[in-house]
Design a binder for this molecule. Structure first.
Ligand code: NAD
Length: 264
């Protein structure tokens, strides 16, 4: 099975922590040159220094904020010009999830903000990178979204809505770009041990009036695997989709949820 990403460049969003950082690690383990992106210069420096490196890999970082899509676009374009880089073969669209709460209580501006942070940034990045992917005859766009595209999650109204938009955007792109050797797929994490999960557990406990241990036990009980995922387990699925071996997988939603999603 060809998992070798030697010589390939990857750009990973939300890569200072959590699932994004783990994806960056897994791609680096397969040989890619990985560019990590997020808002914090300090955390990105630490992430780059900690990435696996066989001595020839050129890892780097871009400081950018998904709430500012035009500035994010300019940061990526400037980086590519400065480093004389025409092709980034792998794009992993990932950033922090929207705040929780029922859809009916969300302010309309929260939907605009989520659309901006998720869909608009994905679109800017795809437009920048697809020409290089086409020229290389190899491209991978992988979106880290949520199992809510298969089964909405109560209490995550804005997130459920925006994930659906990203999933339909991705499916449409997969139809448009497959002919160029570019695949577009979504990874749907289940409960994954990151800061995001800690905040979800805290919110559930506060809302239900029970303690966090009880909430954690309930969440694990909902999951056939009986446990949470590590960020690297989710990242491994993304890294496989990025590999040459996954060339014929296009336009899918891949749950990595320990079997929790109760739909086909
Ligand atoms: P996390 O909060 O641990 O990490 C998010 C990353 O995105 C961090 O690097 C953070 O700095 C970065 N980020 C946040 N806001 C940003 C912004 N405005 N601009 C640039 N970077 C920004 O989250 P995670 O658990 O790794 O989740 C990643 C994605 O997967 C999120 O969309 C999340 O909702 C989704 N998800 C997570 C879980 C889970 O259980 N952890 C489950 C389903 C879906």
């Amino acid at each position: 099975m060809d998992l070798d990403l030697t010589g390939k460049y990857a750009l990973v969003g939300g890569a200072s922590k959590g699932i994004g950082r783990a994806v960056a690690e897994e791609l680096a383990l397969l040989g890619a040159n990985v560019i990590v992106m997020a808002r914090s210069y300090d955390l990105l420096q630490q992430a780059v220094a900690a990435l696996p490196n066989n001595g020839t890999q050129k890892h780097n970082y871009i400081v950018a904020d998904n709430s500012q899509p035009q500035a994010l676009r300019e940061a990526v374009v400037t980086f590519m010009q400065t480093h004389n880089l025409f092709t980034i073969h792998i794009l992993v669209n990932n950033t922090g999830g929207p705040a929780g709460g029922p859809a009916i209580d969300a302010k309309p501006e929260e939907f605009v903000s989520a659309f901006t942070n998720h869909l608009l940034c994905n679109q800017h990045l795809a437009q920048i990178l697809v020409p290089g992917m086409k020229a290389a005859g190899f491209g991978r766009i992988i979106n880290i979204i949520s199992t809510s595209v298969k089964q909405p999650i109560l209490g995550l109204g804005v997130s459920n809505t925006i994930r659906g938009a990203v999933a339909n955007w991705a499916k449409t792109l997969s139809l448009e770009l497959g002919q160029y050797g570019i695949t577009v797929n979504n990874v749907l994490p289940g409960f994954t041990e990151t800061e995001r999960l800690e905040s979800i557990i805290g919110n559930k406990a506060a809302k239900s009036g029970s303690n966090e241990a009880t909430v954690i036990a309930q969440m694990k009980q909902e999951t056939p695997a009986g446990r949470f995922a590590s960020a690297n387990e989710v990242a491994a699925a993304a890294a496989f989709l990025a590999s040459p071996a996954a060339a014929y997988i296009n336009g899918i939603n891949l749950p990595v949820d320990g079997g929790r999603t109760a739909s086909l």
